[in-house]
Design a protein around this ligand. Structure first.
Ligand code: SF4
Length: 359
């Protein structure tokens, strides 16, 4: 504590306790908060990256029912893992989780690590996730820092710099460490969870609900009247439009789908045969050319889909007259495609936009 200002010492003494007490009565009842199982917490933390709590709940519950521990996950087929993740997006997360489970079973006989540094060696786990697992499952005094915590700390301590800047980030990690170290004994996880909760419910990006905040008396941004200006909001990334034309072939309850190669984005997922081009019209022309088929004049469906900074338009076409001869020709053009029944699709992962196109 030497070298710290009296104000900062006062802040460290009061803030963790106030937040832990508030969390005890204000926390939302989320299913992963009813367990201290590090595997269950690990799965929830990975699912919650870039994804809203309400979306994650049914996915987490289904996953935990089907793959309740690290051994079950390691033994699962990749197609099943991706199917359980279907619709959550950012599929690399599921693949990393699967690989990581295999590594833990192969190298550590299925025992999950205890130490923060060992968690950092697991594929897909960064400093935030390791901190969340070790603090929540084992009550280790290790910090977490994600977008929510950055926002809260910038406001509490009135940090105005660019939060992507290395020095600012170091200051934020240091503050997160100072705070979690001052949490009451055995409450380090609870403290980190209280920060997540505060960021999700009260200290929200715009118009934070300061009147309800348990640490409003300690908040420097509030005292200065600048809560809406802190932290600095980075300029939004520009959205790039992308256009795809897809071919929908049906035969009774079967649909013609290809599987993305392992080295493609979202590898392993099934999708309608499709082509990308700079405009919807060019995509349709290229698709007709590649399939050597006259397509329906207009798309039978248009699916709009947003992934990170891309806004995707998927226009779905059918052949004008799908004779047996034309279908045989198309089958040869996409040799990696298969006819899949509705029953098959219950078990295989299908890219979200294409699932909507089929449905
Ligand atoms: S007082 Fe307002 S700005 Fe400060 S931490 Fe609480 S909710 Fe956030």
């Amino acid at each position: 504590m030497n070298g710290l200002t009296a104000t900062y010492k006062h802040f460290l003494k009061l803030t963790p306790k106030a937040l832990v007490n508030w969390f005890a009565q204000a926390a939302r009842d989320l299913p992963w908060r009813r367990t201290r199982d590090p595997y269950a917490i690990w799965v929830s933390e990975i699912m919650l990256q870039q994804t809203q709590v309400s979306t994650v709940i049914p996915y987490w519950e289904r996953w935990m029912k089907r793959l309740p521990d690290v051994r079950a996950l390691a033994a699962a087929e990749e197609q099943e893992v991706l199917k359980l993740w279907e619709g959550l997006g950012y599929y690399r997360r599921a693949r990393h989780l699967h690989l990581a489970a295999k590594k833990v079973v192969a190298e550590n006989n299925g025992r999950l690590p205890l130490a923060h540094e060992q968690w950092l060696e697991i594929p897909g786990i960064g400093r935030y996730t390791a901190g969340a697992i070790c603090s929540i499952a084992f009550q280790h005094p290790v910090p977490i820092l994600d977008g929510n915590v950055v926002r809260i700390l910038c406001r509490l301590l009135l940090i105005r710099g660019d939060t992507k800047d290395k020095a600012v980030l170091k200051r934020l990690w240091d503050a997160a460490q100072d705070l979690v170290s001052h949490a009451p004994d055995g409450q380090h996880g609870r403290f980190n969870e209280s920060m997540m909760e505060l960021g999700a419910t009260l200290c929200i990006p715009r118009q934070p609900l300061c009147l309800l905040c348990p640490v409003s008396e300690l908040c420097a941004a509030r005292k200065a009247g600048v809560v809406n200006q802190v932290p600095q909001i980075a300029a939004r990334a520009t959205i790039t439009p992308r256009y795809f034309a897809a071919l929908l072939l049906r035969d009774g309850d079967r649909t013609f789908l290809r599987q993305r190669a392992a080295n493609e984005v979202n590898g392993g997922f099934w999708e309608l045969p499709n082509i990308e081009a700079p405009s919807p019209e060019e995509a349709a022309q290229l698709l007709a050319k590649k399939s050597a088929t006259r397509l329906s004049e207009k798309p039978i469906k248009i699916i709009q889909h947003r992934i990170t900074r891309y806004s995707m338009t998927l226009s779905v076409y059918q052949p004008d007259s799908p004779t047996r001869k034309i279908i045989t020709r198309i089958e040869k053009i996409w040799p990696d495609a298969r006819w899949l029944s509705t029953e098959d699709l219950k078990h295989l992962p299908v890219a979200k936009a294409h699932l909507r196109a089929i449905g």
